[in-house]
Design a protein. Structure first.
Length: 79
């Protein structure tokens, strides 16, 4: 059984962590210039939504990868 789909999923999480560090700095700088918190809250909700979609969609993708025919015995077809 290959672990490459799991490695790709974890690499995506690490990439999101790196981008989160950059975005946190940029959003914090944007917050300092914003007179209202609406734009800041919108960006935070947008970023949180992207992370949640990745975690759910990526988890589903990993499960589906192990259900393919190349992994018999894990939901795939036997040949």
């Amino acid at each position: 059984m290959s672990f490459l789909p799991v490695v790709a999923y974890v690499a995506g999480i690490l990439l999101f962590g790196f981008v989160y560090g950059l975005m946190d700095y940029l959003v914090s700088a944007f917050r300092a210039y914003s007179e209202t918190g609406y734009a800041y809250q919108f960006l935070n909700y947008l970023w949180l939504g992207v992370i949640i979609i990745y975690l759910i969609g990526g988890g589903y993708w990993v499960i589906r990868k192990y259900s393919e025919d190349q992994y018999p015995g894990y939901g795939g077809g036997f040949q």
